[in-house]
Structure formats: C-alpha cells, structure tokens
Write a protein of this length. Structure first.
Lengths: 383, 620
C-alpha cells in the first residue's frame, strides 16, 4: 500500500519551539505519513508556498510563542487567495492556545486544534483519517498549483507501478544539474547557496529543485531539506521534496518522469538532489541530467576509499565541501590525483558552503552557469 | 585536543590529588596534625546563633569526623562553602539570615584559602592549611528572588517591574523580550504583526529601552537588570548602555550591573533563537564580552544556559555537560583572542533548569566543582574566576496544563532542590505558565513560594550545609560527575564543542532524550499526576488574565518605530556603513554598535550585519 498521506509541518515566525513538532513528526512518520517539515521561524508566505508546491493535503502548525490567532488565520487566508483552500490547516500549542482561542481560530477556517494532553497516537489517527488524499480537486489555473498536482499524479502512478510518460530529453527547456554525494557532505546547504546566487545575480531566472529523502515502501518519510534551505523560499523557486519509496540508488521511482515534466515547465534550471549515496551509486543514468556535481566531505577515510567511489569517474564537477576542516588539503590533492586517471576534463572546487559569500561557491556557480547545456534547448534569460 | 580534554584530565587528577591527601593525612603525622588543627579551629570559630525558638545552631554545619584522612577528604574534595572546589557553595553564607547576635565564635579577617596546586607536596599543603585564617564576616546578601517578566510595550513591562520590585530592598529585574526582538526583527516588518509584545516586551530602538527601565536607578548598587536574549544580544546590550547614558550620562557605564544571556551555543543546540551563522554569532558575542569585561566590571555579559537545553528535552546530565562544555569553549575562544582570564572569567555566569529528576539533588553542586577545577587548572583562573555563579529556574517543562494547580507543588519541590544546591539566584515558575504569560495572582504565589522556603521556614536561614553531604546526595554526585565527564569525552572525540555543534551532536542527543521522555509519559513509566495517573477528568483552567497585546498597542509600537526611522534616516545610513566597514575589517564591532544604536533600529542593524555574514541556517 503506497503512502498516500502527505502533510507539511512548521513552526511560525519568531518561534523556535521545535521540541513538540520534532516528536510529533516522528510519530506521524511511524504511522505512514509523509511529512514535509519546513522548520521553525517560518513566515506565512513561505508555509503557503511550500504547501502548494509540495501538494500536501494539510498544514500542521505548532505554535508556542503567541500570536497564533492571527498567524493561523493568515495561513488560511493566503491559501484561499492562492486557490489552495483544499489544503486544511490544523495545529496546537500546548496550553498556550486556549479553548476560546481555538473556537475563534476554527471560525476563521482552521480545521482542528489539539490541546495539551492529546496523545501522539490520537493526533496521528486524526491526520490519517482526515487528510488522506482523495476526492476530485478543481482544476487550477495557478501555475504552481497545477504543476504540483501533476507531479503528484506522476508519483501516484509510479507507486502503482505505471510509468507516467516516457521522458524525452529533447523537449527540455531547462538545464538540469544533478547533485549527489554521501550524506553529511553538505549538498543541501550548497544547493541553497547556489540558489541564493541565482536570486541575487540573475533577476529573471526561475529554478526548480527536486530533492530526495529516503523512505521505505508504504511507510512515512521525513522530508526535511526545506527546513535548512533558507534562501530557496522564494517565488522564483519551485521546490518539490520526494521520498524514495523503497528505491535504492538515491532517487525515487517517479524521478525521471517528474524531472521530464519540470524540465519543460518554464524553469531555466532544474536542480536534483539525491539522498546521501554510497560508494557504488551512479544515480544519474540515461542522460537524466546535463551536468553532475559530486559533493564530498574531506573525511572520506583512507585514500584507498577514493578508488571505490564510482561517481568520481563520471562527475563533471567534484566539490570538496567543508574545506575548513583539517583534512581538507590532503583530501583535495588525493582527489585531484584520483581524477587524473580518468583523463577527462573534470573540475574540482573547494567550498565552505556554510560560510556566507564563500568564494568556492562563487566558483561553482560560475561553472554551473557558464557551461553550455549539452542537450537541452535552454536559454539563460539573464545572459 | 580542545581544552575540554584537558578539563577531563584535570578533574581526574584532582580526584587523585584528594586521594593522596587522604593517604598523606593517614601516614604523615605532621600533615595529620595540621589538618586536624585546622578542622578544630574552623569548628571553634564557627559562630553559633539562636533560632527563633532559642535553639543554638552553628552558622555552618560540618560532618562529625575526627579522623585526619576523612577531614582531608572533606576539606580538599568538597571545600567549605566559599572554598575551592566550591561543592558546598560559591559563597560562605548564601541564604543565611543576617547575623544579629553571636552566641559564641567570631569571624576572622580574611577567608581561608584552599590549596592552589594539585601538585603541591603534602608538607607545603600542611603549612598552608595551618596558616589558613578563620572565615571573614560576609556582607549582606541580596535576596535570591529574581522574577522573569516582559509583556506588551516597554511602558507596560516597566509598570510590571515596579509592581514586582516594590517591596524588595534590591531591585533585580529580569526581562523577557517578544519574538520579533529575539529574532532581531523590527516590529514594522512584514509578517510579524500579531507577535508584537507577545510573550515578552517589544524593543526596537534605544527609545524603547529608555522607557523599559524608566524610574529605576540603573547605576545604583542595589539595581541589576537581566535580559534574556541571545541572537541579537550584542545589539540589545549596546541599546541598554546607550539608554543608561541618555538618562545618567557616560559615567554610569562602569557602574551598570546585570546579566545578558547572549549564549549562542545553547541557541544552536536547543533554543533556535539565533540569527547569524554560528561562527559569526560567536564573533559578535566575543566582541561584546571583550568590551564589557574591560569597561563594565560589574556586568555579566553571558549567561551560559542549560535551562533551554533542559527545556528542549535534555536529561539533567546532558544539560550540565553541554552547559559546562559550552562555558569552557567560550573561555577557550576568549583566551585565544588574548582577553586575560582574570578579566573575563569572573564575568561568566550560569543558568540551569531545576526539575524533579533525582539528578537535580546534586547537579549544580557537581557543576560548581567541575567548573572550578577546569578554570583553575586548565585556564589558570583566580578564585573569583573559578566560581560557578548560578541562576536557577524551576522547570517549565515539568508544569502541565491538566489539573494545573498541582504545578504549585512541583515548583515548590524544585525550589527546594535548587536551594539545596546553593543557587545564587532563582526564578520560580507560576503555576499558570502552561497557558500563557503568567498572571499577577500566580506570579505572587510563585514569588512567595521562595519567601516561604527561605524566610519562613528554618531550612535554609540558620545553617549552611543544612542538607549537604547525605550518603544519597554523595551517591548522586559521584554518578553525575562520572556521566558528565563521559559526555565531555564524547564531545572531545568529535573535535570539541564547535565541531560537535556543527555535526548537530548535542541537538540530536537532546531530541532523542525529548522523545524518550514523551514516550515514558505515554507508556506511564514516567508518572505525571493528573495526566497519566490520578486523573480526575475535569480539567480546570486558571482564570486567565490574557496578557495579550491589543492591536492598538501593536500599532502604536509600529508607528513609534516608523517615526524613529524617519527622524534618523540620514544618520542611520552613515552609522550602518561605518558598522559594516568595521565588521568587514574583522575588528571588534562593539564600539560601532554603540554608535549605531543611537540612530538605528534593531532590525536595521541585524539586516545590515546579515548582508555581510549571512543568516543562520537552521539545523533540523
């Protein structure tokens, strides 16, 4: 039975109380729910945009810092404004939301408020009962909404074992860049920093991000990349989080078809991020992407380990991130030496993605935006 | 190796040193004699005073021991209250009632000093021991009560401050800020309306700061302000100084007393209220500490806080271990910058949570000991820099909404534990805290809880060490100390505190502990009265005086801010440019901040700094 419940959770602006939501997220996942977690200190606009792009059935908000009546109502209002009032809003705030508050919030369109003392199971059961996908939805003329729904159709079809469409790389209008590498190398941070540069330097460019998190078939997943992506919460960025739903190798069964759709939906760049991969992984096959970026951590272990990483043979760009770590120098020279075996023109970039305005990330950005797309008929609107 | 590894070694070495002293006292007659002589002298000179019933009691109680080895174990391993390693208290008399008439005994001139080096020969130590004088007569202590408050606009909080401190001889104010202020966002920013003045006071500009402490003598010796804010702390600190200067002139600065929380590590580990990337935040923090410790010798520029780590779900041992290791990491950073340890060490203070778990019987005691040994033996701090000065708050997390009046009992038990640990100041939570900003009725009950324990009851006011040293307490001490050192080793193996933070080690440990706690509540292995046992079913609610900020007030704050910005439009641009230059150059930015806050709002400064150093990237 494929997972068919997908919700988004978040903590409001100026509120860092994430202890409750972390525990609740874990409980939801255990009950087979896919949870896109947006993190704490989040604006209404970011929550609504993410909910639409991720095509969730409900938004769960955990609020402990007051101002909940206005905040929840604003979420409902903005959803409606964007034609997404099919997305339900629920939440809680321990004892900070009184019964009177809850009545007022419900009057303003909030679906449900959980009070202190509600068991985790009760909440998960409620979500499973109320927010399962289903029912016909109005067709939408809003582009994000329509695209998000199509992506869901592709995912649902893939879950039933059907391929939605044969990808045709010839129809692409976007340049597709694939980011892969082991877990903890800093792929998400790096992508977010690249997006920041697009937003700052290319005022017309639109970007899509397809990010992956691991999950087991029929079970829930925590899709948490968005929580770390502070720059990618922007109207020029369309981001979609996908669970791998049991597929090995770093991508989901629906990735190819979703990518095909995104690459001809008017974005200038599409960025795919795989889950953290092992040494043998080769996630991007069949011309899936135009440019591959392998992100590595200097702490890969002994030099011998490098021989086993097959992505090193095919990556166009190898990024060694976290080069502020002690081992970075040795790692860089070992990797450069390893690449000379390949006799291909591969670039090595040293970055410290966590640092603002890092020159290494600037260099990577140049490599991504300068290199022509081999197959796609993409154009750079800011070129 | 970071300094944390050296701290582990120092604590272990100190343990061995104590054992050597015990052995020495048993084998070396001269040493045994010196130890016994000092012991008898301490006992003979301990003042004895009468309880109201007429019962004579010593001002501090000592264990009934006369064997030199055991005396050495006590004096070197625990120390008298106010003596290294401060297990029994940072100061000699803490909560004791001021002495009216002395029955027998007397205070000497200067306090006895503990042995300085763990490597000293037993003879040298013996000589020092016998030279030691009787304790000096301690000064009158401030009341330890410090209540946290902050609501709506500055003038509203000001009114609450006057209400709370009306009958106290020392005015100790503790300030809570609203969400936008905690995140360095202006009240007129998009998306924060509704949050203005919620859960704390809204402060956008130096003018708000002036209003906030209006009517209080900021430079007076009986006044101290505490500000609970970390992410934008250097900016808020600068505003406080600027406000004080506006009211009392520049001469007030060295007399300012108080504390600003400013603890970045715990924000990243647990509380999530940080606005710049970790390294940049730490840099701004050290800029501020360097400046204030040089110019405001009575200010505590960082309150190294386990409270939020505990509230986020850490176990008591995790709380103490992360808090102490964060403290040692700050000491290491400041030392690396060249700030003398004698300048900064006495200005570091601590803030712990006190809940109901058994570890809390001794958590602060052990923390005091580890801090003292680490600061003395690894950082070379003097006695003032070895003292772990502690503010405690009872656990907010232990309070629940169901049958909320039980929270009074929970808080009372926690207060008892906090005072048994010799906390220097304390906040007791209001029973209605699970619902809202506490109302005056429940705040008064919480404050009176402290007065009942300290003033009404005889538990703490007659005798120091009243409850220290029971076999159970000692057992908890040993187990807690071992567990804390194990945590230190783990952090050290990850490359030290900063590296562990960036690998989200502390965060994930805290989250796991939080999850376990919730599970225990739901499976009943952690009993919570009114929730998973003895539930009466009828949940009562307190009569909530909704301390919510009316829309009109929120609008007023926005208007004031807009007016301030308009008035200073020209000047603020120049001040921000200057600040930016200093930051880009890598210089200490605090002097530039002091200038900037005169004409810029909090959000303007934060925004400009974020352009240079970036924004904080949350860790999940």
């Amino acid at each position: 039975m494929p997972s068919s419940i997908r919700i988004l959770t978040a903590v409001p602006i100026c509120d860092g109380h994430d202890s409750a939501i972390n525990t609740i997220n874990l409980e939801f996942i255990r009950h087979g729910i896919e949870v896109v977690y947006l993190g704490f200190h989040r604006y209404v606009g970011d929550i609504v945009r993410a909910a639409i792009q991720e095509d969730v059935t409900a938004i769960g908000i955990s609020s402990y810092n007051g101002g909940h009546i206005e905040f929840f109502a604003d979420v409902v209002r903005q959803l409606k404004k964007k034609g997404a009032d099919n997305i339900a809003v629920f939440g809680g705030g321990g004892g900070t939301i009184t019964h009177d508050d809850a009545r007022e919030m419900k009057r303003k369109g909030v679906d449900q408020i959980f009070f202190a003392g509600t068991s985790l199971t009760e909440m998960a059961d409620y979500v499973r009962r109320q927010y399962a996908k289903g029912g016909k939805r109005r067709a939408s003329s809003k582009p994000d909404l329509a695209l998000a729904r199509k992506l869901s159709e592709i995912e649902d079809a893939a879950a039933k074992g059907r391929k939605h469409r044969t990808p045709n790389t010839e129809c692409r209008t976007s340049k597709v860049i694939g980011f892969t590498g082991p877990g903890g190398a800093g792929k998400t941070t790096l992508i977010d920093e690249i997006v920041l540069r697009f937003l700052q330097r290319k005022p017309k460019t639109r970007i899509a991000i397809l990010s992956h998190d691991p999950s087991v078939i029929g079970e829930g997943a925590l899709l948490g990349d968005r929580a770390m992506m502070i720059n990618s919460q922007d109207d020029r960025v369309f981001m979609r989080s996908m669970a791998t739903r049991g597929q090995a190798g770093g991508l989901s069964p629906a990735t190819e078809s979703c990518l095909a759709l995104l690459a001809r939906s008017g974005f200038d760049y599409v960025i795919i991020e795989t889950v953290g991969t092992g040494q043998e992984a080769l996630p991007f096959r069949n011309n899936l992407v135009d440019q591959t970026v392998l992100v590595m951590n200097p702490d890969y272990g002994a030099r011998l380990q490098l021989q086993k990483i097959v992505m090193l043979d095919v990556a166009d760009i190898v990024v060694v991130n976290k080069t502020d770590l002690e081992r970075a120098k040795a790692a860089l020279s070992e990797i450069e030496q390893r690449l000379t075996q390949n006799k291909r023109k591969q670039q090595v970039v040293a970055t410290v993605a966590k640092r603002h305005r890092d020159p290494g990330v600037d260099e990577l950005f140049e490599l991504i935006t300068k290199a022509p797309s081999s197959r796609a008929k993409s154009r750079d609107p800011d070129a | 190796m970071s300094k944390l590894g050296a701290v582990v070694e120092a604590v272990e070495k100190h343990g061995l040193f104590v054992l050597e002293q015990v052995k020495g006292a048993r084998s070396d007659e001269k040493f045994a004699h010196a130890v016994t002589e000092r012991w008898n002298k301490i006992k003979a000179e301990t003042p004895i005073a009468k309880a109201p019933t007429g019962l004579p009691l010593p001002r501090f109680a000592l264990p009934e021991i006369d064997e030199p080895g055991e005396i050495a174990r006590y004096l070197f391993g625990e120390g008298l209250p106010g003596e290294f390693p401060y297990l029994n208290g940072a100061y000699r008399e803490m909560y004791l009632e001021p002495l009216r008439e002395i029955e027998t005994g007397s205070y000497g001139v200067r306090a006895g000093r503990a042995a300085k080096s763990p490597n000293g020969s037993s003879e040298a130590v013996a000589a020092r021991v016998s030279r030691a004088k009787a304790p000096e007569r301690p000064p009158l202590q401030e009341e330890p009560t410090r209540l946290f408050s902050g609501l709506m606009l500055a003038e509203d909080t000001n009114k609450r401050f006057h209400f709370l401190s009306a009958h106290q001889r020392s005015k100790r104010l503790s300030t809570a800020f609203d969400g936008p202020t905690l995140y360095g966002i202006d009240s007129d920013a998009d998306g924060v309306f509704g949050k203005i003045g919620e859960g704390g006071v809204a402060v956008d500009t130096v003018e708000d700061m002036v209003r906030l402490y209006d009517g209080f003598e900021l430079g007076a010796p009986n006044f101290s302000a505490s500000m609970t804010i970390s992410g934008p702390a250097p900016i808020i600190m600068a505003m406080y100084i600027a406000a004080a200067k506006r009211r009392f002139g520049p001469k007030v600065v060295p007399n300012l007393r108080g504390t600003i929380q400013a603890d970045i590590f715990k924000e990243v580990q647990a509380q999530n209220e940080t606005i710049f990337p970790t390294e940049a935040s730490l840099r701004f923090l050290c800029d501020m500490i360097e400046w204030t410790t040089a110019n405001m010798p009575r200010w505590y520029p960082v309150s190294i806080s386990g409270y939020h780590i505990g509230e986020a779900g850490a176990t008591p041992v995790q709380q103490a271990a992360y808090t102490l290791s964060n403290g040692f990491a700050y000491a290491e950073m400041l030392t690396a910058r060249g700030v003398p340890v004698a300048q900064f060490a006495p200005r570091l203070s601590f803030f712990l949570d006190c809940g109901l778990d058994v570890e809390y019987i001794a958590l602060a005691r052990v923390s005091r000991k580890i801090w003292a040994i680490g600061m003395r033996d690894v950082f070379g701090a003097n006695a003032r820099g070895q003292m772990f000065k502690l503010h405690t708050q009872t656990s907010g997390r232990s309070l629940i909404a169901a049958e909320f009046k039980n929270n009074l009992t929970r808080t009372a038990a926690e207060l008892m534990l906090a005072y048994m640990n010799g906390t220097n100041s304390c906040h007791s939570n209001s029973a209605d805290e699970p619902f809202t900003t506490p109302s005056e009725e429940w705040i008064r009950l919480a404050a009176h809880g402290q007065a009942i324990l300290l003033e009404e009851s005889g538990i703490f006011k007659h005798t120091m060490n009243m409850l220290s040293g029971s076999p159970g307490m000692k057992a908890v001490e040993r187990a807690v100390e071992k567990a804390i050192l194990d945590e230190f080793r783990e952090i050290e193996s990850l490359g030290g505190v900063l590296a562990a933070v960036e690998n989200r080690y502390q965060r994930s440990q805290i989250q796991n502990a939080a999850h376990r706690y919730e599970q225990q509540i739901y499976d009943g292995t952690r009993p919570i009265v009114g929730l998973n046992r003895y539930r009466n079913g009828a949940d009562e609610m307190p009569e909530i005086e909704l301390a919510r900020t009316p829309r009109a007030k929120q609008k007023l704050q926005v208007e004031r801010l807009k007016k301030f910005k308009k008035k200073n439009a020209e000047k603020s641009k120049r001040a921000l440019d200057k600040l930016a230059t200093v930051v880009e150059r890598g210089e200490n930015c605090f002097p530039a901040l002091l200038e900037a806050v005169e004409v810029c709002s909090l959000g303007q400064i934060t925004g400009r700094l974020q352009e240079i150093v970036g924004r904080f990237r949350p860790m999940v």
